[in-house]
Design a protein around this ligand. Structure first.
Ligand SMILES: [Zn+2]
Length: 344
């Protein structure tokens, strides 16, 4: 066979694949258990790149350009982690599998090319970095700190209609002064990284029309009581605390988003989804955590941990001005999407 024919056949194959691309179906969901893991084998009629989103005790798996077969089989195997599995169509082109969970998990999705299936691996949550946070808060609440010295980014030009006009946003760069927070693998204190990122967030939010306060704009010791007191006093519309995550297992990585009060849930869900689609790190879930600031804030309040500085790859990202900027852009996207969802 000469080269011309090979090319024609390749083009035809690509054409056929593309024309049938929208006809992929999910035919079967099989649940298995092996070596301490739960596995879901999701069988499809073609290769699909499925994406996951962990929102507390609900794991959503989205399949773009996919239909759910009318004859879909869903196994009902008993599991200590999975409560129910269901499949639904989201609009015409996206299929979604909803997994209701009984406990805290971590997960991974492997889209197997050539075998037409996606495998969801589910295990018990590997690490609880928020326990370290709780210990830090306890210590912070006991210590004395100088008066808060917040920094205001006021709106400059009111002529133009901007998406966040009229909104007051308080940004809290985690730690500061005598409290360095965690140290990255190469010894950079979290307090520096949170301040650098917070400044980028504040500046972009301000350009989008918001009045923004940083709870500190220098390396200064702060009290979390004063921070939340300030956010309540200026009647902020939303409060965002930025931290970088840390654990003693260097392989642990990814993005976690926290909220506590019910009125913060929607902001937290939107922000977590924006990070997972934006900076695209491992999805370590939207979680409810009783941290002091987000617990005592009167307005929707979240605490974001976009990266683990104890992970070698994510430490590099956290120290990169470009990547900090990507984080800040996701924050603006998330905040704008949140206010749109509220009809503002
Ligand atoms: Zn921290």
């Amino acid at each position: 066979m000469n080269k011309k024919w090979v090319l024609i056949i390749l083009c035809l194959w690509a054409f056929i694949r593309l024309s049938f691309a929208e006809d992929i179906q999910i035919t079967k969901i099989e649940a298995n258990h092996d070596r301490g893991f739960d596995y879901l084998d999701i069988h499809t009629t073609g290769y699909v790149k499925a994406k996951g989103l962990l929102l507390e005790n609900q794991l959503l798996i989205e399949f773009p350009n996919t239909q759910i077969s009318k004859a879909i089989e869903i196994s009902k195997r008993k599991s200590e982690r999975i409560k129910t599995i269901s499949a639904k169509q989201l609009g015409e082109k996206t299929a979604q599998i909803v997994i209701e969970l009984k406990k805290d998990i971590d997960y991974e999705i492997v889209n197997v090319f050539g075998r037409n299936k996606s495998v969801v691996e589910i295990c018990d949550r590997i690490d609880y970095a928020e326990r370290l946070m709780a210990a830090w808060e306890k210590a912070n609440l006991k210590k004395k700190a100088p008066a808060l010295k917040p920094y205001k980014y006021a709106i400059k030009d009111k002529a133009e209609k901007l998406p966040l006009q009229g909104k007051v946003i308080v940004i809290d760069p985690g730690h500061g002064g005598l409290d360095p927070g965690a140290f990255s693998r190469s010894g950079i204190p979290e307090k520096h990284l949170t301040l650098q990122t917070a400044r980028k967030m504040a500046s972009l939010l301000n350009s989008a029309g918001a009045t923004v306060y940083l709870t500190r704009n220098q390396d200064r010791t702060v009290s979390i009581k004063d921070i939340v007191g300030f956010a309540n006093e200026v009647k902020a519309d939303i409060f965002i605390s930025i931290h970088y995550n840390f654990t003693n297992k260097k392989e642990v990585s990814g993005t976690e988003t926290y909220y506590y009060n019910r009125n913060s849930r929607s902001l937290a869900r939107i922000m977590h989804q924006t990070f997972i689609n934006g900076i695209k790190r491992k999805d370590r879930g939207l979680r409810r955590g009783m941290f002091y600031t987000i617990h005592h804030a009167h307005m929707p309040a979240i605490l974001v941990e976009p990266l683990y500085i104890s992970n070698p790859e994510e430490e590099k990202l956290a120290c990169s001005a470009n990547f900090q900027n990507e984080i800040a852009k996701d924050i603006v996207r998330g905040v704008e999407a949140y206010f749109r969802s509220q009809g503002h």
